[in-house]
Design a protein around this ligand. Structure first.
Ligand code: FES
Ligand code: FE
Length: 407
């Protein structure tokens, strides 16, 4: 992957406290380099263990031109492989999920063990050594049931951040969830505009009527009088309300950001529902609803909002220079039964309407950024998360390309 020759000049042109220069959202060569130097070097949340209960179960996750297979082997261990055949490069798994005894390439039928080893290259002759041609591994971590992968062998350190988060998220029983619904909202915009939009709630009041009716905007004046009662209610059901934050950027772009913060909903709202009442059975071993929501971030690309009765996961997946899928995943307690314990329309209502708003504002953002007259403007203090994203992003792509040799 060629590094754009003027990348250092563009990075130097970015001024702290301002948006990125236009080229970062409009140039194909920078987008291509984003995938190679940033996405392939970042941890990506691809699913939940409940999607792979049995030996041979697999899922695939695609972004940019890349695809990763996560599969459970016969002994029950999970593996992640790059979905690129070692013969002539075909995708090996062409479905988004399935079950397989072995992974057979659909092109010439090379056959890979679930562990990624090549079992046989069909009719390759006596001198062929299958041991040299296994699938390339991707890095894999499972955090309380949530599956993360990184395409690079040189994945950013994440274990210390996860260990610190573990006691904070333990009460939610994230390992005992199941996916209730997934939806994708394609937006004609560069992936960075979609990530940036999620990183700030400056837009929430003017753009999200429904969200702003129930959720404080995390600005101090919005939370006044609400934070202390929340702390008491959360403590009563064993939930921490501390703010926990490690910045990967602070570690020279080397580590993955992790962030935990529980904040109050407005009085009358126990969860993120239309009428304020519960949507699904309580998570984990919780004994009540506290009327709070946790922002959980694991690495710069993976965000979760955790209510006491459901979890919403967010990803902003690049498909092209100005094509991004806003992917939303709703998770509930593994024992909850649709129809009996939750209604999918009610469960998904808030983040469905909110994601439609986001699609619209991100699309208009890209249209304006495409203008020859766009100039990066100043960030608001409520947009600190964007600044932190820029530091991590620019830190990674600024590194010499040799570090990014995933292939
Ligand atoms: Fe996979 Fe030929 S490309 S077997
Ligand atoms: Fe939004």
């Amino acid at each position: 992957m060629n590094r754009p020759s003027d990348l250092d000049t563009l990075i130097a042109r970015h001024q702290d406290g301002l948006a990125l220069p236009r080229e970062f959202y409009t140039r194909q060569d920078i987008y291509d380099y984003d995938i190679a130097a940033y996405w392939n070097q970042s941890w990506i949340w691809v699913g939940h263990e409940s999607q792979l209960p049995n030996p041979g179960d697999y899922i695939t996750f695609d972004y940019g031109q890349e695809s990763i297979i996560v599969v459970r082997d016969k002994e029950g261990a999970l593996h992640a492989h790059l979905n690129v055949c070692r013969h002539r490069g075909s995708r090996v798994c062409t479905e988004s999920s399935g079950n397989a005894r072995v992974l057979v390439c659909p092109y010439h039928a090379w056959t890979f063990e679930l562990s990624g080893q090549l079992r046989s290259g069909r009719a390759m002759g006596p001198d062929f050594d299958p041991g040299k041609w296994g699938l390339f591994p991707a890095q894999l971590r499972v955090f309380q049931g949530l599956i993360f992968v990184c395409a690079s062998a040189d994945a950013p350190p994440i274990d210390a951040g996860l260990a610190d988060l573990a006691p904070l998220t333990a009460p939610f029983g994230l390992d005992r969830l199941k996916i209730a619904h997934s939806a994708s909202y394609p937006v004609p915009a560069n992936w960075k505009l979609a990530v940036e939009n999620y990183m700030e709630c400056y837009h929430c009041a003017p753009s999200h009527k429904e969200y702003a009716r129930s959720h404080t905007l995390k600005a101090p004046h919005e939370m006044e009088g609400l934070m202390e009662p929340l702390q008491a209610r959360s403590a009563a059901i064993g939930l921490p309300t501390d703010i926990y934050h490690t910045s990967g950027a602070a570690a020279g772009g080397a580590g993955a950001d992790t962030y935990y913060r529980r904040y109050p909903l407005y009085d009358g709202f126990e969860t993120g529902s239309r009428d304020g009442t519960a949507l699904a059975p309580l998570l984990g071993d919780l004994t009540g609803l506290d009327g709070g929501a946790t922002d959980l971030q694991i690495g710069p690309l993976n965000n979760f909002l955790i209510y006491a009765d459901h979890v919403v996961g967010y990803r902003f997946v690049p498909r092209g220079l100005q094509e991004t899928d806003i992917q939303i995943v709703w998770l509930v307690h593994e024992d909850a039964e649709e129809g009996r314990d939750y209604d999918v329309d009610a469960l998904t209502w808030l983040w469905h309407v909110t994601s439609l708003d986001d699609e619209r504002i991100i699309r208009h953002n890209q249209e304006g950024v495409n203008s020859q007259f766009f100039q990066p403007g100043p960030l608001n203090p409520m947009e600190w998360g964007i600044q932190s994203f820029y530091e991590g992003y620019l830190g990674l792509i600024a590194k010499p390309p040799a570090r990014h040799a995933a292939e």
